[in-house]
Design a protein around this ligand. Structure first.
Ligand SMILES: Nc1ncnc2c1ncn2[C@@H]1O[C@H](COP(=O)(O)OP(=O)(O)OP(=O)(O)O)[C@@H](O)[C@H]1O
Length: 440
């Protein structure tokens, strides 16, 4: 089983396909190079392997499995919680929709009183009864005024002293229906309607009125059932959508650099990314932060076990600096190192995470021939310590001398793979690097 197995990797950025159906297998203990002209997609492959980019399609397995965040109880609980929250919000929205539906669709029929005469309470009550008997809704406002509401939005407001015709607002229509919801039948034969407060507001006087109110009340019950149905449906749908949506978003961020690094893959970058104002030693120690398990208080008090742990880590970091031959710069600021040594420091910091696989993106860039020869020796020493290496490099002598296998990319696709000799003699590779005319 290969240590790293990239299968059918495709990376698209909008309309641009940077990498298409690329396969790369790397056996443990090998040094493998990825080469190709500028823009061929080499760094994109590294970015996909290290979780900086989420592959558009394809799989990347390390030691036989995908390096992803585990699906544990906490994730499931979070998805469920967000689902329930979404469901509750949708249910509340559905309740409002039901209110709007009641106001807009189940409107009462029309009535309009047009009189300038003051009405007595008795007259108003009679008006209200007529209104109700005429298939209409009644609303008793808190102020004690009767309100008669029509389907087209006009209302009749009345007090003992005056009586006027006015235009209703939609919320009044809704309130009228809401009040009807709170009515209850107190006597089956001689139907009486009471407000929820117990106040009798209407007594039906004939069969037609009783039938009318029964119908009204059963409509109200039907509306309540429909509302419950919508609310339960909305809650159910919202919970499923919320939980599934959260899972999909979480699932898309399962391959993050942190997880990949913990899994045993480290890398360096084409453009050096050190902490310039920290010392060389501190830059390497940062790569070891996972190994340092002391708490803040123990660190402040400098307890003996904390001091011992720090000493051990400094010892390991210094050993890495020796491996890369920059231990004499241990206490220098990273920014003061010459360029070639900054590149080596990046490798030391990557090794501090104790990777099984090290990806080097153009490690010899900007180095003179003697520096790149030294680097080649160091890369071999790192491999001999049990770290498998994949490198992107334009420096062909280095690639040909050091690699066990080489993969060649062009325009995002793999055009060749093999030993250095096989690749060097491959006409497609020669064509890609030198151009068709030179080859023919
Ligand atoms: N995040 C991104 N958004 C859009 N396009 C991108 C992105 N990353 C890479 N590309 C494009 O993908 C293509 C491949 O780029 P990539 O850096 O992988 O090539 P490369 O082979 O490493 O080149 P070089 O040798 O110059 O470093 C290029 O056309 C690049 O512009």
């Amino acid at each position: 089983m290969p240590l790293l197995s990239v299968k059918d990797l495709t990376m698209r950025f909008g309309g641009l396909t940077a990498v298409k159906d690329v396969d790369i297998d790397v056996e443990a203990g090998q040094i493998v190079s990825v080469i190709g002209p500028n823009g061929a997609g080499k760094t994109t492959v590294f970015n996909a392997i290290t979780g900086i980019y989420e592959p558009t399609s394809g799989t990347i397995e390390f030691a036989g499995r995908e390096l992803v965040r585990p699906l544990n109880l906490r994730v499931i609980a979070s998805c469920a919680a967000i689902g329930i929250l979404t469901g509750t919000m949708l249910m509340l929205a559905a309740s409002n929709i039901d209110q709007l539906w009641k106001a807009a669709v189940k409107r009462p029929m029309v009535i309009a009183y047009d009189t300038k005469e003051p009405l007595t309470t008795g007259q108003m009550l009679r008006g209200a009864r007529e209104y109700l008997a005429g298939d209409l809704a009644l609303n008793r406002l808190r102020s004690g005024r009767w309100t008669i509401i029509s389907a087209d939005g006009s209302i009749t407001l009345g007090t003992e002293k005056n009586y006027e015709l006015a235009l209703a607002r939609r919320d009044l229509v809704r309130r009228a229906i809401d009040d009807l919801d709170s009515l209850q039948v107190v006597q089956a034969d001689k139907l009486e309607l009471q407000l929820a407060t117990g106040e009798t507001i209407y007594s039906a006087e004939n069969e037609a009125q009783i039938d009318f109110f029964r119908k009204q009340l059963s409509d109200i019950a039907a509306r309540a059932t429909a509302a419950s149905f919508w609310q339960i449906g909305a809650m159910f749908l919202g919970t499923i959508l919320g939980a599934a949506g959260t899972y999909v978003v979480w699932n898309r961020s399962r391959r993050v650099p942190e997880v990949i690094s913990h899994g045993g893959i480290a890398r360096t970058f084409q453009n050096i990314r050190l902490f310039p104002h920290m010392t060389v030693l501190e830059n390497v120690l940062i790569g070891m932060d996972r190994k340092f398990s002391s708490n803040v208080l123990a660190m402040m008090l400098q307890l003996p076990f904390t001091r011992q742990a720090q000493k051990n880590l400094c010892g390991q970091a210094t050993e890495l600096l020796k491996l890369l031959d920059i231990d004499s710069h241990r206490d220098d600021l990273a920014k003061n190192l010459p360029y070639g040594k900054q590149r080596r420091l990046e490798i030391a910091r990557a090794l501090a995470t104790e990777p099984k696989l090290l990806l080097l993106d153009e490690p010899a860039a900007g180095m003179n021939p003697s520096e790149s020869d030294d680097l080649m020796q160091m890369i071999r020493k790192i491999r001999d310590r049990g770290v498998t290496i994949v490198l992107i490099e334009h420096h062909m002598k280095l690639v040909m001398d050091i690699s066990d296998r080489i993969h060649v990319l062009e325009y995002g696709q793999k055009i060749a793979e093999g030993t250095p000799k096989e690749v060097r003699e491959n006409p497609r590779v020669i064509e890609a690097y030198l151009g068709k005319d030179e080859v023919s």
